[in-house]
Ligand binder design. Structure first.
Ligand SMILES: Cc1ncc(COP(=O)(O)O)c(C=O)c1O
Length: 399
C-alpha cells in the first residue's frame, strides 16, 4: 500500500537539501562498477580504538551491574573523569555534579540542545560553513537561522562586528567551532574573549564545539571557551571521543559548562533516552586517562598526512596553507567550477571522494573538504590519479 498520504512533519521540510545523498548514490554506483574508491569524504577516523579502551570495555561488559539502565546523568566515575581531564588539560575547574553531562555522541547533544532552547522563530547565529548539526538542529527546532558568513580573508573567523545590532539583540544562541570543521581554521584566545564579551552584552547562549581540540600540531594549543573568565555564566562546550580516540562508532560525547543550560538539555534527554550504556562510559573514562604519549601518536599521524597532502596538492597547483589542527584540509575548487560539480568530477574521473563545501552551508561554496583518513600511500595514489586525469588547479583555470 502506498503511504504518500502520510506526510512527514513540517519540521522535516525545513531542512536544507542533503548534499551527501547524491554523493552516496554515486559512490554506490562506482563501487558496483568495481572502481577502487579512495574515500576521503567523511570525518571517520581510520585507526583502531586504543587497546586499553577496548580492554576496559570488555571487562566492564562482563559485569552484570552494567547491564541495567544507566543513570540519566551519567556514571559518577565518567563525570569525574571528564572534570579531572578539564582541570588537567585546561586548568578549568568544573563540578562533576551538574557541570558535565555524557552524551550519545556529541551530535546528539548539539542537536538536542536546540530542541531544549530554541522556540519557533528564535534567532540562532550559525557560521556558514559549519558542521551541519549546528544548523540542522536549530532548523528542526523551528529556529530562524542567521548565517554568519565566514571568509578566507578573515581566516575563517566569525566577524562579530558584521552582525547587525538588531540581529544580535534578537539572537538567542550562537553555535561556533574552533578548531573548525570544515575549514580547519583555529581561533586565537582574543577571539574567544571577544565572543564571550559579545554574548554577555547581548545575552546570547554560547555553544562551542571543541571536537578537534586534541588534533593540534606544531605545538599549537587550542583554547577552551571555559578558560575565558565569565564564559561559564553563558556557555557550554561540547566534546567527542570519536576523533581523538578513534571511537566514532562507540557514540560517546559530553558537554560541560553552565549548570542551568546543561540542566535544560538533561531534562529534555530524560524524556528521549536512557543515557549512555555504562560499559561505554567506563571505556571513555579510560580513554580520558590515557597517557599523553597516545595523544602525540595520533597528532603525529594526522600531521604527517597533512604535510604529505599539502605538498602533493602543491605539485598540482594548489596553494593550501598549513593547518594547525583538525583532520581536514579545506581546499579551493579550481576557478570556474562549483563545489558539487568538482566533487562529482573528482569522484567520476579518479574514484577519490571528497566532500563538497556547500554541504556545510552556502559559505562553503567554492571549496571541498578532504579528510586525512587514509595512510600516505593511499593519499599518494589519490594524487597520482588526479595527475593522470589532468586535475590540476591551474590547468583547470586555463582550460
Ligand atoms: C565539529 C563536529 N562536532 C561534532 C561531531 C560529531 O561527533 P560525534 O561522533 O561525537 O557525534 C563532528 C563529527 O564529524 C564534528 O565534526
Amino acid at each position: 500500500m502506498k503511504l504518500d498520504w502520510i506526510s512527514p512533519a513540517d519540521r522535516l521540510s525545513a531542512l536544507p537539501p542533503y548534499v551527501f545523498a547524491r554523493l552516496d548514490e554515486l559512490k554506490a554506483r562506482a563501487r558496483e562498477q568495481g572502481l577502487d574508491l579512495i574515500d576521503l569524504g567523511m570525518g571517520n577516523p581510520d585507526g583502531p580504538t586504543p587497546q586499553p579502551v577496548v580492554e576496559a570495555a570488555m571487562e566492564a561488559l562482563q559485569n552484570p551491574a552494567n547491564h541495567g539502565y544507566p543513570p540519566f546523568e551519567g556514571t559518577a566515575n565518567f563525570r569525574k573523569a571528564i572534570t579531572d581531564w578539564y582541570a588537567r588539560r585546561y586548568g578549568v575547574q568544573l563540578d562533576p555534579d551538574g557541570e558535565a553531562l555524557p552524551l550519545l555522541g556529541s551530535k546528539e547533544g548539539l542537536t538536542h540542545l536546540s530542541f531544549a532552547y530554541v522556540n519557533p522563530g528564535d534567532v540562532v547565529l550559525v557560521p556558514s560553513p559549519a558542521y551541519p548539526a549546528h544548523f540542522r538542529g536549530p532548523a528542526i527546532a523551528g529556529g530562524d537561522i542567521y548565517p554568519l558568513l565566514l571568509k578566507p580573508e578573515n581566516n575563517w573567523l566569525i566577524d562579530l562586528a558584521a552582525i547587525p545590532e538588531e540581529v544580535a539583540r534578537r539572537a538567542k544562541i550562537l553555535y561556533f567551532n574552533y578548531p573548525s570543521n570544515p575549514t580547519a581554521a583555529t581561533a586565537p584566545r582574543e577571539f574567544f574573549e571577544d565572543v564571550v564579551a559579545f554574548a554577555r552584552q547581548h545575552q546570547i547562549l554560547l555553544v562551542h564545539d571543541q571536537a578537534y581540540a586534541e588534533l593540534a600540531f606544531d605545538g599549537y594549543q587550542p583554547t577552551s571557551l571555559l578558560e575565558i573568565p565569565g564564559a561559564k555564566e553563558i556557555g557550554v562546550e561540547f566534546h567527542t571521543m570519536s576523533k581523538t580516540y578513534n571511537m566514532a562508532g562507540w557514540r560517546v560525547g559530553f558537554v560541560v559548562g553552565n549548570r542551568h543550560i546543561i540542566q535544560g538539555l538533561r531534562t529534555l534527554k530524560t524524556n528521549l533516552d536512557y543515557g549512555l550504556f555504562s560499559v561505554l562510559q567506563t571505556a571513555a573514562e579510560t580513554a580520558l586517562q590515557l597517557p599523553d604519549v597516545y595523544l602525540h601518536e595520533v597528532q603525529e599521524r594526522y600531521r604527517t598526512r597533512r604535510d604529505f597532502l599539502i605538498r602533493g596538492l602543491g605539485e598540482l597547483g594548489w596553494n593550501v596553507p598549513k593547518t594547525l589542527a583538525t583532520m581536514y584540509l579545506w581546499v579551493p575548487c579550481p576557478p570556474g567550477i562549483g563545489s558539487t560539480d568538482f566533487a562529482l568530477h573528482l569522484l567520476g574521473e579518479t574514484g577519490v571522494v571528497v566532500t563538497p563545501g556547500n554541504a556545510f552551508g552556502e559559505g562553503g561554496e567554492g571549496y571541498v573538504r578532504i579528510s586525512l583518513i587514509a595512510e600516505c600511500d593511499r593519499l599518494g595514489e589519490a594524487l597520482r590519479r588526479m595527475k593522470d586525469e589532468g586535475i590540476h588547479y591551474k590547468a583547470w583555470q586555463s582550460g
